[in-house]
Write a protein that binds this ligand. Sequence first.
Ligand code: SF4
Ligand code: SF4
Length: 108
Amino acid sequence: MNIVYIYIYICIGIVALWAVFNFYRSRKNKNRVICVVESNCTGCGRCLKRCTRGVLEMQKTETGTFAIAKNPNKCNACGDCLNKCKFNALKLEERTIQMFPSLVFLNY
Ligand code: SF4
Ligand code: SF4
């Protein structure tokens, strides 16, 4: 078999596995949302760079700078930002109306 075809099959396999993994992850975390533990947050900003959905934002207060979940309804609970935080300041919680009164539940 031509080496090019083998290469193409391997690439297709990797993409398929990646798609299945992401689908499984989105289903598993469907009703979860990111939350910031302000007392642990150092304001380093690493999580903001990782999130491509614009969920997180930095907030400056008199007590310091820390991340906040500015747009929680955009969060698909992918968990990518969790891996970037070295200070255990992010966690995924169950979505509740009480947490986000204006929350719009999305179908992913
Ligand atoms: S990566 Fe962690 S410590 Fe840094 S801003 Fe985000 S939540 Fe805060
Ligand atoms: S879990 Fe994903 S979508 Fe939600 S804030 Fe983190 S990186 Fe963004």
